[in-house]
Design a protein around this ligand. Structure first.
Ligand SMILES: NC(=O)c1ccc[n+]([C@@H]2O[C@H](COP(=O)([O-])OP(=O)(O)OC[C@H]3O[C@@H](n4cnc5c(N)ncnc54)[C@H](OP(=O)(O)O)[C@@H]3O)[C@@H](O)[C@H]2O)c1
Length: 277
């Protein structure tokens, strides 16, 4: 694919698989990759919503395919990767973005809900990667796990989500060491508060879908801004990207003054209950 002045776009000829891209940040990341010339395989669990995202991007002139797959099911992930190879012949980039979040205190949660959230954030990244890895090794490609700034320390009412996201950091590090000779890039993007699709839901303690907790609008980046940062992270093959000043502040305070960091979180927990509940 070529831009107006006929210079090839930076990702022309490359193929990306972005999980959980039928909506939200994943959808905007897919658009950002397409705008740079990549062909993109879209994914989600809701056929109608996925198809409508595919149609919207195809109508903008982009090369996109779609595959309904639950990424916590390994066989479904093999199908997902097979779609990339069948439609575009190769795979260069995996962005493991699909995730279920939560708003529930650990004491109240059923074990099943904890498992569901943890599975979606851990196996939902491990299984697509496992299925895609032979192709990514062939292309000396790139793997990015989408994480959260809440994985940098921990957040009340987010136990399973934070634990799952934190696991991805160690996984990326270990794979970077194990697979150093393959030339595959492994990175993690820690996303901060971002505008959400109005229909976004997270799980409560009983596993019921509920709207996400209140986030002050002035703290939120747009999905397009976050997508541009994810794109840059992949293109520069960065090991870690922490989005937003708040994310960097959390990183510094919890590394240098962890007790102060915990005091701030506990104080905010008492004063800003709707932020957590
Ligand atoms: N928004 C924020 O403020 C924020 C902050 C920090 C980190 N993040 C991270 O950014 C990423 C995107 O978040 P978002 O706000 O865009 O959330 P979202 O709107 O809920 O999008 C998540 C996507 O993942 C899909 N998904 C969930 N479980 C799946 C599964 N098992 N198999 C396949 N697809 C699955 C969802 O589709 P279906 O449920 O329809 O299948 C949806 O398309 C996530 O990793 C999230 O943790 C977001």
């Amino acid at each position: 694919m070529f831009s107006n002045n006929a210079a090839p776009l930076p990702l022309a000829g490359k193929v990306a698989l972005i999980t959980g891209s039928e909506s939200g940040i994943g959808r905007e990341t897919a658009r950002a990759f397409c705008q740079q010339g990549a062909a993109v395989v879209l994914n989600g669990r809701q056929p109608e919503r996925l198809e409508s995202t595919r149609q919207a991007l195809a109508a903008e002139g982009y090369r996109v395919a779609a595959c309904v797959a639950d990424v916590t099911d390994y066989a479904a992930c093999e199908q997902l990767v097979a779609v990339a190879i069948r439609e575009f012949g190769r795979l260069d980039m995996l962005v493991a973005n699909a995730s279920i979040s939560m708003r529930a205190y650990f004491l109240d949660m059923t074990p099943d809900v904890f498992r569901q959230v943890l599975d979606s954030n851990v196996y939902g990244a491990v299984f697509p990667l496992k299925a895609a890895l032979p192709h990514l090794i062939r292309s000396r490609g790139s793997v990015t796990f989408i994480s959260s700034i809440s994985a940098l320390n921990g957040m009340p009412s987010g136990s399973a989500y934070c634990a799952g996201k934190a696991a991805l950091t160690n996984l990326a590090h270990t794979l970077r060491l194990e697979l150093a000779d393959t030339g595959v890039h492994f990175g993690v993007v820690h996303i901060g508060f971002t505008q959400n699709d109005p229909e976004k839901r997270v799980l409560d303690a009983a596993g019921q879908p509920v709207p996400i907790a209140h986030r002050p609008p002035r703290w939120q980046k747009s999905q397009a801004q976050v997508a541009a940062i994810i794109l840059r992270h992949v293109q520069r093959r960065r090991q870690r990207t922490v989005i937003s000043a708040l994310g960097l502040l959390i990183l510094v305070v919890h590394s240098v003054l962890p007790r102060l960091g915990d005091w701030v979180v506990r104080t905010s927990q008492q004063r800003l209950r709707n932020f957590y509940e």
